[in-house]
Write a protein that binds this ligand. Structure first.
Ligand SMILES: *[C@@H]1O[C@H](CO)[C@@H](O)[C@H](O)[C@H]1NC(C)=O
Length: 253
């Protein structure tokens, strides 16, 4: 049925046929759908506080970061607790990686990413550490751990990691998820095996971003921010991690 245009109070009404109304609806639906997936964040979880940013970076940007860092990768290291050594923590973190700051990247790309992360977190970019770019090959993983440093285990801290932003630089065919085993307080009965890949899992996809908070608003460590990287089963995982601190890291930008 066609809705006829009519004259009310002398003003001509525009007539809209059903097909055009349908098309308009479709347009707004699609605009909303793609708009939300392109430009906005999605809350993944409140316990821990985790946000997902689809298409945070472009495929080209991800490719450039891989290209600039690949020749400089070294086996990733751990910050040791008291009593821990390279020997007795062997196998905990098997990726390769390197650190690079925006000031070391003359193309300006890392500075752009830094600025975008600052916008997403509302924490100024001078609170960020250098990017830690990591590559996980088949079988490589990172057992569950905290990004924040518990003073009881690591001694007094001059500054603390508040949040972590992960930018996935590659897709992974299978495995390689970022996992939070204590999501919603589950598995916290003390029997959790830190090597197990359970709980909330985020599948790496090139260009997507993941932000989570290691500290509660009162500055204490959120126990549910425990997380790890599941072993890569097929493919290769590349990720750029930005640890964001409560104190200014760089004065110069
Ligand atoms: C800090 O906040 C958390 C979460 O709200 C709460 O469980 C904890 O008891 C608080 N700690 C202190 C020392 O205030």
């Amino acid at each position: 049925m066609k809705i006829k245009g009519s004259k009310i109070g002398g003003a001509k009404r525009i007539s809209l046929g059903l097909p055009s109304i349908f098309l308009l609806c479709l347009f707004f639906f699609l605009a909303g759908f793609f708009g939300s997936s392109l430009f906005s964040q999605q809350i993944l979880s409140w316990i821990p506080r985790a946000l997902f940013f689809p298409n945070f970076a472009t495929a080209e940007q991800c490719e450039s970061i891989i290209k600039m860092t690949k020749p400089h990768l070294k086996p990733s290291k751990l910050a040791f607790r008291q009593g821990e050594t390279a020997e007795n923590t062997k196998g905990t973190r098997t990726s390769s990686g390197m650190f690079i700051s925006a000031s070391e990247d003359s193309t300006g790309l890392l500075d752009q990413i830094d600025a975008k992360i600052a916008k997403a977190t509302m924490i100024p970019k001078n609170h960020g550490e250098s990017f830690n770019v990591l590559r996980y090959e088949i079988g490589q993983r990172y057992h569950s751990h905290y990004d924040a440093f518990n003073p009881a285990e690591y001694g007094p801290q001059k500054s603390q990691r508040v949040a972590s932003f992960l930018l996935y630089l590659s897709d992974v065919e299978e495995g390689g998820e970022t996992m939070f085993p204590f999501e919603n307080g589950q598995n916290m009965d003390g029997n959790y095996d830190y090597r197990k890949c359970i709980g909330l899992k985020v599948k790496p996809r090139r260009g997507d971003g993941l932000l989570f908070y290691s500290l509660f608003p009162n500055g204490t460590i959120d126990p549910t921010s425990l997380h790890g990287s599941c072993p890569v089963i097929e493919g290769e995982k590349w990720v750029a991690t930005k640890w964001i601190r409560d104190q200014v890291q760089f004065q110069d930008y």
